[in-house]
Design a protein around this ligand. Structure first.
Ligand code: RB5
Length: 162
């Protein structure tokens, strides 16, 4: 899996730790960080919606070019703000998770294409485990595909960004 990643100031430290995890796995793992959006230091305050939008646009752009293996990873203080923002963007299904089962199910049942985590909620060890669960799960399709399609149909019914 390839990830566009980003954080606001509230997520810099955890995102650093997660990027280090990708580096530890190495290129042969097939998992990599494509780009990083957001501050490099926690003292640089930014607005999480702009970070989330930039990362999601990158994910959608790559997917539109056929790169189905491209996902987003967003970190803020709680994960909530980036997830709320990301889910306003048509085509993005972002899950904010704090337990392994939800990290798996976000992919298996909801076909999530963005993982959202909260630095002020999770320790780095748990966050790494959640990332791993998300990566190793796969969408089950079938009845879940119908439900995901129902989510996507909301954009058509209510207009973009509703
Ligand atoms: C920033 O202080 C904080 O509000 C942000 O990182 C995030 O937790 C919002 O959802």
């Amino acid at each position: 899996m390839q990830f566009h990643v980003g954080s606001d100031h509230g997520g810099v430290t955890l995102l650093d730790a997660l990027i280090a995890e990708f580096e530890e796995w190495g290129g042969e793992s097939g998992h990599a960080v494509l780009s990083r959006t957001g501050p490099a230091v926690a003292t640089e305050r930014v607005d999480y919606p702009s970070i989330a939008v930039e990362v999601c646009q990158r994910v959608l752009r790559d997917r539109a070019r056929g790169a189905a293996d491209v996902y987003g990873l967003l970190v803020c203080g709680t994960g909530q703000g980036v997830a709320m923002t990301a889910n306003k963007i048509p085509g993005i299904r972002a899950g904010v998770v704090a337990d392994g089962f939800s990290a798996q199910m976000a992919r298996a049942h909801n076909d999530a294409n963005v993982l959202c985590l909260g630095e002020r909620v999770l320790g780095a060890g748990l966050a790494k485990l959640l990332l791993r669960e998300f990566i190793e799960a796969s969408f089950e399709g079938g009845r879940h595909a119908n439900r995901v399609e129902l989510i996507e149909s909301l954009t058509r019914q209510h207009g973009e960004g509703s």
